[in-house]
Design a protein around this ligand. Structure first.
Ligand SMILES: Cc1cc2nc3c(=O)[nH]c(=O)nc-3n(C[C@H](O)[C@H](O)[C@H](O)COP(=O)(O)OP(=O)(O)OC[C@H]3O[C@@H](n4cnc5c(N)ncnc54)[C@H](O)[C@@H]3O)c2cc1C
Ligand SMILES: NC(=O)c1ccc[n+]([C@@H]2O[C@H](COP(=O)([O-])OP(=O)(O)OC[C@H]3O[C@@H](n4cnc5c(N)ncnc54)[C@H](OP(=O)(O)O)[C@@H]3O)[C@@H](O)[C@H]2O)c1
Length: 510
């Protein structure tokens, strides 16, 4: 057995780890941490594992209009402690459902949601799909897969449900992370039901943030939109609230954005809606479709909105697109404008008053809500790698990659793999940031489009070099079957997306 060099840091004192979120990232991370002998507490604010893939017929409350930046952090007091964003236990007349929707907002899953990456590429190394599973399945199969993974690996027993992580911080000089949680508990008795919040404070050696990044809807500041929302709240909504196409029966629907949410809603609603308009501003990752409009959208107020409308009238607004197209007959508007990355429990490490380009070497979330700053390999917080993130990259086969990241975290936290020194991690990250300002936009910073296997192989090389040096079993990572399926899927995607995107003159106008 060899030893690590001075160029590396070995995290030798991690025993107790908090994992935030029981979606695929959190469940897979907890499973690998347990397998590597660490003590785990997995916190999940909802009552069930599955994250994005759990269907809840209730929808989250609408966000503020507009909503372009992550929410403000909790405050730090004079002694350097985060002050808990305390909420009282007086619910007034609110029902349990109203309280629980705020405590654990339902996700974006709709009835017709299916995976768009084959199941053969969406799996943990710790659990195979049942024999005969099709490539593309409905959302409940993916949800059950995550729940089976939790049961099979022991992660389920370590999960505290209905428990939201409210705050995570390290007091200067302390080796431990302090985690504040808030559990919503319901009591039944004497024919009455009541509920209360139970607050707890915990200490951990390390924290894995696996809370996902499709929670905070992005609502652009389009002229006229706020006015429209205020006057006709039920006719404008973010895609996160979409559940079934029935709500668009015989309506003209205008969907803003050309990501997968917009396309899925457009595709499903074609059965019920009278007509669907979709706008695209020609983003690099937009999916080209014949009915995509070529320019950025703009919604503008026109006409007398003080007149009350009966439910069948179109909204008395005109939608004006930058290419000059004017739509007069819109009944419903859906904002398929994506999400803001946000970790509000990180306190001062999330600061919406700091613009992206002013990010220092400490901040994690800035005003853009696109980049998760200062992470080594999109995982380890460079300033203190006992804080790790699983699930940050985009444009990947999520389950497999997040499972891979979870195992890397478990190896580093259990002392089976080293990290470069803080200086070396900062240098590498700095070079990546410099490159971003020249050729990437903030939205692309975490995209591993076409680079997923390269990312995996580079990390496998590093982890297995250390495993050999320190006398541990090598990490297998993804297998050859996954690699060949991945290559085949990438080829298909290129054809579907006709990458790079279609030229303007190839698009079919409305
Ligand atoms: C509509 C939609 C469809 C998608 N389809 C695909 C697809 O087909 N293929 C694909 O590969 N990817 C797809 N994705 C990407 C998807 O995000 C990943 O597949 C994956 O499910 C992400 O898992 P996660 O565990 O990182 O996050 P999530 O699934 O979001 O799980 C995070 C969990 O953390 C919990 N949580 C959040 N904050 C807190 C807190 N403060 N305290 C406690 N718990 C908290 C949440 O309740 C949630 O359960 C889709 C995403 C969306 C939004
Ligand atoms: N399994 C499935 O079938 C499925 C279904 C739904 C979602 N998903 C996944 O869920 C994730 C989120 O997808 P999403 O579609 O909700 O979000 P998204 O991919 O971020 O797409 C958002 C869209 O809105 C546009 N947009 C943003 N701000 C705008 C503005 N101010 N004006 C006009 N257009 C604006 C974006 O254009 P720009 O690119 O120019 O910013 C983009 O076209 C993705 O990972 C996706 O793959 C998967």
């Amino acid at each position: 057995m060899g030893s690590v060099t001075q160029e590396a840091q070995l995290l030798g004192n991690v025993r107790r780890v908090a994992v935030i979120g029981a979606g695929i990232s959190g469940v897979a991370s907890a499973a690998h941490l347990l397998r590597h002998g660490l003590d785990v507490a997995l916190f999940e604010r909802s009552s069930i594992a599955g994250g994005v893939w759990h269907y809840d017929p209730r929808a989250a409350n609408e966000p503020p209009y507009p909503n372009e930046h992550p929410p403000a952090p909790s405050k730090i007091d004079a002694s350097g402690n985060e002050s808990l964003p305390r909420r009282d236990n007086n619910f007034g007349e609110a029902s349990f459902d109203e309280v629980s929707v705020v405590h654990a907002p339902p996700g974006p899953c709709y009835v017709g949601l299916r995976n768009n990456v084959p199941t053969s590429l969406m799996r943990s190394t710790l659990l195979d799909w049942p024999e005969g599973t099709k490539d593309f399945v409905s959302q409940d199969h993916l949800e059950r897969y995550i729940q089976r993974l939790a049961g099979h690996t022991g992660a389920q027993e370590k999960t505290l449900y209905d428990t939201s992580v409210e705050s995570v911080y390290k007091t200067p000089g302390s080796p431990h992370w302090t985690v504040h949680t808030r559990t919503l508990s319901r009591h039944e008795g004497m024919g009455k039901s009541s509920f209360e919040f139970v607050e707890r404070t915990w200490q951990f050696d390390a924290v894995v943030v696996a809370s996902g990044h499709y929670h905070e809807p992005r609502v652009p500041n389009i002229p006229g939109l706020l006015n429209l929302k205020q006057r006709f709240p039920d006719r404008v909504m973010h895609s996160k609230r979409y559940r079934t196409p029935n709500i668009f029966q015989d309506k003209n629907v205008f969907i803003i954005g050309a990501g997968v949410s917009s396309l899925d809603i457009a595709r499903e609603s074609q059965i019920t809606a009278k007509h669907i308009y979709q706008s695209s501003r020609g983003g690099k990752f937009d999916l080209p479709r014949p009915y995509c409009l070529p320019a950025r959208s703009e919604s503008r107020h026109e006409g007398n909105t003080d007149d009350l409308l009966d439910d069948d009238s179109p909204i008395p607004f005109e939608v004006v697109l930058e290419d000059g197209t004017r739509l007069h007959d819109v009944d419903r508007i859906v904002l398929g404008t994506g999400y803001i990355s946000s970790y509000p429990f990180l306190g001062a490490l999330q600061d919406p008053s700091i613009p992206l380009e002013k990010a220092d070497d400490r901040i994690i979330i800035t005003s853009d809500g696109c980049v998760t700053h200062n992470l080594h390999k999109d995982i380890f917080y460079t300033a203190d790698p006992t804080l790790a993130f699983v699930g940050v990259p985009y444009h990947i086969s999520t389950f497999s990659l997040f499972d891979f990241q979870g195992e890397v975290v478990a190896r580093v936290f259990s002392g089976r793999a080293t990290l470069p020194t803080e200086t070396a991690m900062r240098r590498e990250y700095g070079l990546r940031r410099e490159k971003m300002s020249v050729e990437d936009s903030s939205k692309e910073f975490h995209s591993l489009w076409g680079k997923e296997t390269e990312y995996i192989d580079e990390m496998l090389g590093w982890v297995n070099r250390d495993a050999a040096l320190l006398g541990h079993e090598p990490m297998k990572g993804v297998d050859n079957r996954w690699r060949s399926n991945r290559a085949e899927f990438a080829k298909k995607m290129k054809e579907i997306r006709r990458w790079p995107p279609v030229a303007e003159d190839e698009k079919v106008p409305l």
